[in-house]
Design a protein around this ligand. Structure first.
Ligand SMILES: [Fe+2]
Length: 328
């Protein structure tokens, strides 16, 4: 996932220890740090699988770029209960996507043929994706700096987590998991124009040095490439992977906030406000990752969204950029 959650790939600097910032290594063993309120905190077997999955990413990150390009991503261990989590999510997600996903998603996600009854391995999905748009995936263990994430994008690599949320709470995850990565990001990366936008963000980030400017660019990514919505006729459709991988928030986002997706504790804002594209405003707008977004930027169409973002990101930090000094 973008920003705090992502991974490492070809073309990424070799010193990417921050990829493992949520991971502790002791005496050759790998431990994933989970907060005490994480649904899987007390589940020993889940913790062991998380550690094993994190180890895959660490060992991957230690390989040379050449090795990463030629080796297959090791398979993550999943329990039957975890495959059932995936299945349950897909059963609830598909009807919501049929109603609310943008047509580009519906057309291209199908080409990936994500299985409905089991969690697919990163390698198999990555191979299909690479055949479609040239993007591929590489594993990551935890938090990475936005710069690391974006640099990978510039090289057509999407850094992806492999673990899945805890089975005790299939419809909630406090961290972006393999459902978010594959059902959201990977499926959209099969859309040619979306893949191109991701690459342009990566290239813009490579031209950016200050933390302040990197944060601005990351915030624009958040409001467009994670939570973007567009019009299709009179309807509002989900484009951003953050919406496409959450049936509750997708419905909330596409019905003007009329739907509260939470069955128990409501985290909705009372109203959802759609705003017209204004990148200057977007760059510094605060957002809360733990709640449904109260403000979404609504494009007049997918095509218009692509054109506006493409133009903005292409000139980011260059001499043609009217706010160049804030973007370097
Ligand atoms: Fe994401």
């Amino acid at each position: 996932m973008h920003e705090e959650f992502a991974d490492v790939g070809e073309g990424v600097s070799e010193d990417t220890n921050e990829a493992n910032s949520a991971v502790r290594i002791e005496g050759g063993n790998v431990f994933v740090e989970l907060d005490p309120d994480h649904p899987g905190f007390k589940d020993k077997e889940y913790r062991e699988r998380r550690n094993e999955i994190a180890k895959i990413a660490i060992e991957w990150n230690e390989m040379s770029m050449q090795e990463r390009r030629t080796k297959k991503i090791p398979e993550a261990p999943y329990s039957d209960a975890e495959h059932d989590v995936w299945k349950a999510i897909m059963e609830r997600m598909e009807p919501a996507q049929e109603k609310y996903a943008c047509k580009e998603y519906l057309e291209y996600a199908r080409k990936l043929k994500l299985p409905k009854d089991r969690i697919p391995q990163l390698q198999e999905v990555s191979e299909k994706l690479e055949d479609i748009t040239g993007f591929r995936q590489e594993p990551v263990g935890g938090l990475v700096h936005p710069k690391t994430f974006h640099t990978a994008l510039a090289n057509k690599v999407f850094l992806s987590t492999q673990y899945i949320r805890h089975s005790s709470n299939p419809f909630y995850t406090p961290e972006p998991d393999v459902v978010h990565e594959l059902v959201g990001h990977t499926a959209m990366l099969a859309v040619e124009k979306w893949a191109e936008l991701n690459m342009l963000f990566g290239e813009a980030d490579m031209r950016t040095e200050s933390e302040e400017a990197i944060k601005r660019l990351g915030t624009v990514y958040w409001f467009t490439m994670e939570f973007g919505v567009c019009k299709e006729g009179n309807d509002v459709k989900a484009v951003g992977p953050g919406l496409l991988s959450s049936y509750g928030e997708m419905e909330h986002a596409c019905t003007g906030g009329a739907f509260c997706g939470k069955e128990s504790a409501c985290v909705c804002e009372p109203n959802l406000e759609y705003r017209k594209y204004n990148f200057e405003e977007m760059e510094t707008r605060p957002y809360d990752v733990t709640k449904y977004q109260p403000v979404l930027y609504l494009a007049d169409s997918f095509e218009r969204m692509y054109e506006d973002i493409s133009e903005f990101v292409t000139i980011w930090g260059t001499d043609e950029d009217p706010r160049k000094e804030l973007h370097q």
